[in-house]
Design a protein around this ligand. Sequence first.
Ligand code: DHB
Length: 308
Amino acid sequence: MDLSTTIAGVRFPSCLMNAAGARCVTREELEALGRSHAGAIVTKSMTVEPRQGNPEPRYHGFPGGSINSMGLPNLGYRAYAQLIPELRKFKKPVMASIAGFSDEDFVTIAKAINESRPDLVEVNLSCPNIPGEPQIGYDANSSERLLKRVRKVVSVPMGVKLPPYFDPAHQEKMVRVLERVGVDFLSLINSVGNGLVVDPDKECVVIKPKGGFGGLGGALIKPVALANVRAFWKLFGGRLPIIGTGGVVTGADAFEHLLCGASAVQIGTTLVEEGLGTFERLEKELAAVLEKKGYASPSACRGALREL
Ligand code: DHB
């Protein structure tokens, strides 16, 4: 089955791709994504300067999901600006994820990266792991001020990666911001920030940074991810493409995201745990689900979730 999809006029050969952060920091990792069945190459969120990130251990997988506090380890935007033109040879979209510690940072990175012509830019408003830095996406006014400046310097399709919201009023407020800014797609959701995983045998936290607090991902966050995909899909009347991220372990999970309104799906924890073979497995599983249910393509079931 053809699992391709189109987002903001960009064609993806498969609707399944990596989530920013998952196996996408180095040249080697990005090239490996290029050679894999991933439908796109999404970069690690990049900052102005290269970063080592937080002290280790900073990622921990467990049966229900994962917790991480990586602290934005990345090569710095100049390295990615050089790499992006080379990644075009893999004939799949390249999506540059950008982050920063100030509005100035975002604008500097956005300008330079836009010139390297990625197929899309994903503006990350939702990194939960920098000590002392709140997630921008939880402050509507800061988000609007920042996005208006970034929008001015990005001419390729620009999307926003948002944190999970737990109240419809927050989603409605963000929708009004996004309408005023003019964004081309949404990536929903980033990790559920500042969770805590405890090892009761060792009576200890499982990651070192921030006293053990970190972003949750994987199976346990799927209902939160689906709720945000569905809420934003409805608030935009199905007119803004959404990339669903969160809790995709099987093809059926990806199908659930599509039903809620996603046009494509990103894989984080499962890709980190299982490796690049994830994409082929999920492709087969998703195709089998769609076939069994009589859907000819991923877009045929987009948003089709029934309510009681
Ligand atoms: C990191 C984690 C995130 O969830 C994110 O959006 C960006 C960066 C990190 O800790 O590296």
